[in-house]
Write a protein of this length. Structure first.
Length: 293
């Protein structure tokens, strides 16, 4: 995530610094203050600009790229290939994908968001709270079993995030905004711990299979990923939670052929059978609309 200073944000937006400070005072521009210094995430500035974009009456935004962004998932990647949807995959994390989707760059986004508390439905709330996603539909893809990947035989006897801290296990991180990293933040919050209390390993692992590879290579002891990833890598798995893994799509795109082929496919027996082979999935309501405008 790139952060701009006030002067850099002014140059990026082609405004005077004085105007930036006026917008800050009005609470009209996304920003954060760190040790007395204002910082501006580039992605948030891009969202802010796009949300204020004016188009001539009757015009429609350009069609997004035929890509499903957001979170990585082996069952989703397999489904994109086998469904004949013609959709490609761009795994970059739930929040990064949602930002790209919000800007209109991709046709759908896979998300598995988590709140610090265990209340509410974080995926639904993410769409409902963003005004620019007022026309978004949330489609159930699967419920997934998420937890801690550990080495074969679980050599450090890890059973919880507390054990990770007490045993000084080397923990692989995921990129900021990734659903697995949000889950880690939630687990730490509920356990009364901070990330600084753990022995973390850099750089972050982009996907669950990358966490598995880091464990197999001996670079780390554990990391957050799904049971399906552990099964495929031959690693042990410590279950933590069943989570919602959903697809966000625009209402206008929902009825078009690529997404309809994918949604139709996730309701088939072949899809359910593949989910069973990968393990750690509940696809009973796959293809159902969980949230609509």
């Amino acid at each position: 995530m790139r952060l701009f200073t006030t002067s850099e944000a002014a140059e990026y937006l082609r405004l005077k610094e004085r105007k930036i400070y006026e917008l800050i005072a009005e609470g009209a521009i996304p920003c954060t203050k760190v040790t007395g210094k204002w910082l501006f995430p580039q992605g948030e500035l891009d969202h802010w600009l796009c949300s204020r974009l004016a188009r001539p009456k009757g015009s429609t935004p350009p069609d997004p790229m035929p890509i499903v962004g957001g979170s990585h998932d082996p069952l989703l990647e397999w489904s994109l290939r086998e469904s004949g949807s013609g959709l490609a995959s761009l795994p970059e994390g739930s929040e990064a994908g949602l930002a790209r989707f919000e800007q209109g760059g991709i046709v759908a986004c896979a998300i598995h968001l988590h709140s610090l508390t265990d209340a509410g439905d974080a995926n639904v709330e993410a769409l409902a709270l963003r005004g620019s996603l007022h026309d978004a539909v949330l489609i159930a893809f699967a419920r997934r079993e998420q937890g801690l990947l550990v080495g074969g035989g679980n050599p450090l006897a890890i059973g919880s995030i507390d054990d990770v801290m007490r045993r000084r296990a080397r923990l692989a991180l995921r990129p900021p905004g990734a659903g697995a990293q949000l889950l880690l933040a939630a687990l730490l919050h509920r356990a009364g711990l901070a990330l600084e209390d753990l022995a973390t390993v850099a750089p972050p692992c982009p996907t669950g299979p990358d966490v598995a590879q880091a464990i197999r290579a001996g670079r780390t002891d554990c990391g957050v990923a799904t049971r399906a990833v552990a099964q495929a890598a031959g690693l042990d798995f410590v279950p933590v939670v069943w989570e919602r893994f959903d697809l966000a799509v625009r209402y206008r795109d929902y009825f078009r052929n690529p997404l309809q082929r994918l949604i139709g496919f996730v309701r088939t027996a072949a899809f359910a059978a593949r989910a069973g082979e990968l393990t750690g999935y509940d696809v009973a309501d796959a293809g159902a609309v969980r949230h609509a405008p």
